[in-house]
Design a protein around this ligand. Structure first.
Ligand code: PLP
Length: 428
């Protein structure tokens, strides 16, 4: 039995399933014991080129010295006090408000789920309305407001699909589900629920189902519809924020939401998240005297997360981080397309910047329903074979891949060579 499996057996004694997040329980089960730059190492000492990036935070790479050193320096002098604010919080808030167009003010919390929860609660307070619109396939965290119609079984599309047992019935029913890239559907839903929709929350690129790009005009259309119907537009940039631009995907798209949630690449793997938006809304939080929307958290603004985030944003400000990861992302996508052409594989390579995914289907999907056409069996078999050969990608259907600032041209070349061999083997 591999060391990974032995550790898993031990872990299962103390923890249900032996893992601390549902979808970590995958096949093959791997326990990583070291991460460095673009590479991760399992308990048996095997090295992998990592494209999973822990679901996206690692924009610079694992164990990144510049970030680690800033964190160590910070916690050598400061940590957490439970009153007032720290110099690190102020510095980070200033940076975010400088770079992210919708961020006139920002508040820190610890996870993306907290951030989306706060943004939705704030939108209810601002509008005095209850309902929320989300899109089929998008993920915004584990809480009751948003945990429905995520990776739904195909026969549950368009139906009431709670993501968990134990959810509050009213919360499920107050969350309406639309089809991504379908403005008519959004318009109809807003019209049929006139003066009831507090907010529309959207991943500007739904990366939780790989990489579905918004069609030209779609995000602007959402902006216009929200304004017309008096609902707040929330961009959930937990994945896209900072990874696609230091100002978030909103900067790329030229569309400014009312509220933005951020996390993941914000701090290169250290825990911190944020909710930001227009001052006229943000002042409703009761961190401001007279505010009436509760906002709290023992660990909010901890020195570890704030120092890590400052360091990560400094890297983006001072080094060609995005230039590098975008170039390597494009090199990977075009290399994969060449391989598919050479081997006659029915596949499309979707992606933006440093993110990509290969869907085994014959057209570019524009929403979750289209992904029914993806050959899921091949998708998972392909990823498992890549893992066997030292390329780590999440061994699950419709998951995305990421490159970091630590990946090199050589890593991409190696990956493409191995990928071609794997596809030949699978398709022979
Ligand atoms: N929003 C998006 C777009 C996400 O991808 C995620 C997590 O994957 C979340 C929110 C929730 O973030 P967290 O896992 O930090 O709670």
């Amino acid at each position: 039995m591999s060391k990974s499996l032995q550790i898993h057996e031990e872990s299962k004694k103390y923890t249900p399933g032996g893992v601390h997040t549902s979808i970590r329980n995958v096949d093959p089960f791997l326990v990583f014991t070291k991460g460095e730059g673009a590479y991760v190492y399992d308990a048996d000492g095997k090295k992998y080129i990592d494209y999973q990036a822990a679901f996206g935070p690692f924009i610079l790479g694992h164990n990144y010295p510049y970030v680690n050193n800033k964190v160590i320096e910070a916690i050598g002098r400061t940590d957490l006090y439970g009153v007032g604010c720290t110099d690190l919080e102020v510095e980070l808030a200033r940076k975010i408000c400088t770079h992210v167009p919708s961020s006139e003010q920002v508040l820190f919390c610890n996870s993306g789920s907290e951030a989306t929860y706060h943004a939705i609660r704030l939108s209810r307070a601002v509008t005095g309305r209850n309902k929320l619109i989300k899109f089929q396939g998008c993920y915004h965290g584990w809480h009751d407001y948003v945990a429905r119609n995520m990776l739904s079984d195909w026969d549950m599309i368009g139906k009431r699909d709670p993501g968990s047992a134990g959810m509050m019935e009213e919360a499920i029913d107050n969350t309406l589900v639309c089809t991504f890239n379908d403005l008519e559907d959004v318009e109809r839903t807003l019209r049929e629920n006139k003066e009831q929709v507090a907010a529309l929350i959207v991943e500007p690129i739904p990366h939780n189902i790989g990489c579905i790009l918004p069609e030209p005009g779609f995000l602007q259309g959402l902006r216009d519809l929200c304004t017309q119907y008096g609902a707040l537009l929330i961009f959930d940039e937990v994945i896209t924020g900072f990874r696609h631009h230091i100002g978030g995907f909103q900067k790329v798209a030229g569309v400014t939401p009312d509220l933005t949630t951020m996390g993941k690449a914000m701090a290169n793997g250290f825990p911190i998240a944020a909710v930001a938006g227009k001052r006229e809304y943000m002042k409703r939080f009761n961190t401001e005297k007279g505010g009436d929307v509760w906002f709290a958290g023992t660990y909010n603004g901890h020195a570890v997360g704030t120092a890590a985030s400052i360091a990560t944003l400094e890297m983006m400000e001072n080094e060609p981080v995005h230039e590098h990861i975008f170039r390597l992302g494009e090199k990977m996508r075009s290399g994969l397309r060449d391989i598919h052409d050479r081997l006659g594989v029915e596949a499309v390579v979707a992606g933006f910047g440093s993110v990509w995914t290969t869907y085994f289907m014959n057209f570019m999907p524009k929403n979750y329903t289209d992904l029914k056409q993806n050959n899921a069996e091949l998708y998972v078999a392909y990823r498992r074979k890549l893992i066997e050969k030292g390329i780590f990608k999440m061994p699950m259907n419709i998951k995305r891949n990421h490159v970091s600032y630590s990946h090199t041209d050589e890593d991409i070349d190696t990956t493409l060579t191995i990928t071609e061999a794997v596809l030949k083997e699978l398709l022979q």
